[in-house]
Design a protein around this ligand. Sequence first.
Ligand code: ZN
Length: 440
Amino acid sequence: MQRPDQDPKSHIADLAAFIEGSPSPFHAAAMASERLDRIGFIEIEESTAWPPQPGRYFLRRGGALVAWSTADGADPHAGFRIIGAHTDSPNLRLRPRPDHRSAGMAQLGVEIYGGVLLNSWLDRDLGLSGRVTLIGDGGQTENRLLHVNEPRLRVPQLAIHLDRSVTTDGLRLDPQRHLQPVWSSAQGEVPLFNEWLAQQFEVSSSAIGAWDLMAHDLTPPTRIGVDGSMFASGRLDNLLSCHAGLVALENSCADGFTSVPVLCLFDHEEVGSETASGAAGQLLPATLERICIASGLNRDEWFASLAASICVSADGAHATHPNWPERHEPDHLVLLDGGPVVKWNANARYGTDAPGAAHILALAEQLEIPMQAFVSRNDLPCGSTIGPITAAQLGITTIDIGVAQLSMHSARELTGVVDPARFATLLAAFLNCPTVLGER
Ligand code: ZN
């Protein structure tokens, strides 16, 4: 295979910029759409009849995005090559009535979104981002993105002098009481949140309809370690995979396709995926079916196309932790930069099966990309991802793969600097690969 490797150094710099521009799922979808636009992908609306294929297209639904090409030689009769990932990360999300006062301080009330490592959000300078829906004079609504990259919020820790048990019993955080950020120490002069938000958009506060807003850590992504061999950032789970999939689609177009390449960036994976823009909804099945309809396939041909399809569910994998090696399966050491990780689970918490895994492993071997395998211990529960959901929804072979990382679901996670580029190279080859799966 002739594919030039994605350069790790420039890939990490590009990933850092993508993450910094994507503090919320809505921004991740917007970042992806801007890049797709630059290489000739056209955004289409779900609410209108679709243009006849072939072409390069994408659509957005909230914090989700689906992009595909029926151009560049791609034929829906040959099935789909799907990369699935998710745009959301565990975080703190603003309540509908956030204004709160305690001990003389103004605070903003938050809900916990997903499986947050709560301690990781303490004592961090936090910005605010997400989507705000404005209401016009005639009652019409308009969605606007908000990205305030200034330190506006902070969740202060309790001093050790006030809870000595923290050293003996560990830190215990009550999600209702202990994660509420402070907003101001001023007495009386603080604008209500609604008013502050109106100022950001230069509208009257009556124009603020509702919001989907969240906090983000302001520490920029950076390379760390004596040799710069690690990469620390928020939202690596799963913007690293969204970015790798995006780069793969960008890089594979020039080489031409056999099957239809599809990049599907879902929202709401961290809360179970059962939403309109999540993997358990009809976003992907409906999009694939409409691609087939717009390409002139009949319903039987659409099912045949699905049967010829393969999906890579791209999401973070746990590296073996140097301080807690006993939490990992001892015969399945997973290293930072040891290569992309195929994730297995006998109880189908991951979608990987032998024919699918073998297909990817063969591809990696041709590219001389090392691969690793993750499996949980039998005495610890296994995480999950969009893989099994996509496999069940569409009935297609799905392989769960990701880049190894530490501190998953922390406000600041850690990965290696080489594997993100390797993953993008592997995914690009997957999109171009003309080999069909044999017997399933
Ligand atoms: Zn994830």
